[in-house]
Every structure is written in structure tokens, then in C-alpha cells.
Design a protein around this ligand. Structure first.
Ligand code: PEP
Length: 248
């Protein structure tokens, strides 16, 4: 039985004071009995958020990492650095990074493999654009991004990753995929993993949906058989986030 996981992606939001106040509020209100909860916060807040949440079951994650362990990459943060801070999760290949920072499928794969090597859990994002969906290419795009992302992973590696299906047209737009649209693609991802890495890997891998998840639609989305929770942007920095986590 896969436990649900709700990951909040704060993106580039909240200054230090706001992050401190919001984390304290979340510590009081978020109930982790039914779902694993992760806050993926800006690098500069990782230490503070982690220390406020110490003693709770809420985990902290980063929103990106470099695939090299160290070196002359000014402004970058490595997986090794995250691991040394005992940050267990990291988002890899978010569509905003793919679009604005031109991250390629190859880089996404390198980052995911490095994250695993460092003992981190990569939350690997894949999903089609509006244009790709409208031209009937959703399945082929998702298949290709997935195949690149998990290249060279073993079946055991697969059980340690999280895949987030995030249709680009649904991110930050308020236009959520229907539960049927989201389920169909999450089921495709599980089928692809079964074909490439076997039944056990497919049964164990957690597949999230992301794209304008809110307290209003969380229940119907997360109740679908192949959707194991969500990657939540805008709604994760609102006081009502606990309603997304406790969606039932
Ligand atoms: C995201 O940042 O991954 C995301 C899904 O954002 P939003 O929930 O705001 O659409």
C-alpha cells in the first residue's frame, strides 16, 4: 500500500520572516497521520525551516540541485550539500526550470541519478504543454520524458524516486486537469515503469499529480487509484494548505 505524499513547492516566495511565521503556522496545523508531507523551500530557508520542523514528521526538500558534487559552478547548490544538511527530498526538472533555465532531459536524468547516489529522494517532474496536449502528443511526450529521466536506474532505484505528473498548462493557471485526465497519465507512467523495471517497481513508485491543486479539488484527484498525492505550488503557501494535506 503506497502512502500518500503531499509536497509543497514554495517556488521563489516568502522572505525570511514570512517563511518563519508560515512554517510555525504549518507546524501547528498540518496533520501528518495520513500522508507524508514535504515542504520544498528556497535554498536560503532550508536550515531555518528544518530546525522549526524538528520533532515533527514534516520533511524539508529543495527545489533544484546541480549534478556535480562540487566545483566551479558559481551560484549552484549540489546534492552532496543537501545531503550533508540532511535534506531528504529535492525537486528535479520542474517545468519552470525546463522552460526558464533550459534544463534538458539529459540534465534531469543526471540530477536524478546524482540525487539517488547522495541518498536523496528526487521528485522528478514531467508533463506536456498545452500545445502538445492539443495536438494529441501527451502520451508520447510523457513517455519520452520519463524514459530519459529514469535512464540507468535499477528497479530498486525506482522504488526510491517520486514521479510528479505536472501538465504545464495546469501549473499556476487555476486550470486543473480533471481527475480522469490526471489518472490516465499517472496510470500510463505506472505502466511504463512496469514495462521497463517490473511489477514491484511499478507497485511501489509514488506518482503525484501537480497543477493548480487546491483544498477544493484535492480529494477527488488524490482518491484516484494511480495518484499517490500531489506536488502543490500556490496552495502550499496559504494557511489552508492543511486542507490539501488532510484532503479526505
Ligand atoms: C508546482 O509548482 O509544481 C505547481 C503545481 O504549482 P501550482 O500548484 O501553483 O499549479
Amino acid at each position: 500500500m503506497r502512502k500518500k505524499l503531499i509536497a509543497g513547492n514554495w517556488k521563489m516566495n516568502l522572505n525570511a520572516k514570512m517563511a518563519e511565521q508560515f512554517t510555525k503556522l504549518m507546524k501547528e496545523t498540518v496533520n501528518t497521520d495520513t500522508a507524508d508531507v514535504v515542504f520544498c523551500v528556497p535554498f536560503v530557508h532550508l536550515g531555518m525551516v528544518k530546525s522549526i520542523l524538528a520533532g515533527t514528521n514534516i520533511k524539508v526538500g529543495a527545489q533544484n540541485m546541480h549534478y556535480a558534487s562540487n566545483g566551479a559552478y558559481t551560484g549552484e547548490i549540489s546534492g552532496q550539500m543537501l545531503a550533508s544538511m540532511e535534506i531528504p527530498y529535492v525537486i528535479i526538472g520542474h517545468s519552470e526550470r525546463r522552460e526558464y533555465f533550459k534544463e534538458s532531459d539529459t540534465e534531469v536524468n543526471l540530477k536524478a541519478l546524482t540525487a539517488l547516489k547522495e541518498g536523496l529522494t528526487p521528485i522528478i517532474c514531467i508533463g506536456e504543454t498545452s500545445k502538445q496536449r492539443k495536438s494529441g502528443r501527451t502520451f508520447s511526450v510523457v513517455r519520452k520524458q520519463l524514459a530519459f529521466a529514469i535512464d540507468e536506474m535499477t528497479a530498486e532505484d525506482i522504488t526510491k524516486i517520486i514521479v510528479a505528473y505536472e501538465p504545464v498548462w495546469a501549473i499556476g493557471t487555476g486550470e486543473t486537469a480533471t481527475k480522469e485526465q490526471a489518472e490516465e497519465v499517472c496510470a500510463l507512467i505506472r505502466d511504463e515503469i512496469k514495462a521497463s523495471h517490473g511489477q514491484t517497481a511499478a507497485d511501489n513508485v509514488r506518482i503525484l499529480y501537480g497543477g493548480s491543486v487546491s483544498p477544493e479539488n484535492a480529494n477527488e484527484l488524490f482518491s484516484m487509484p494511480n495518484i499517490d498525492g500531489g506536488l502543490v505550488g500556490g496552495a502550499s503557501i496559504k494557511s489552508t494548505f492543511e486542507k490539501v494535506v488532510n484532503f479526505e
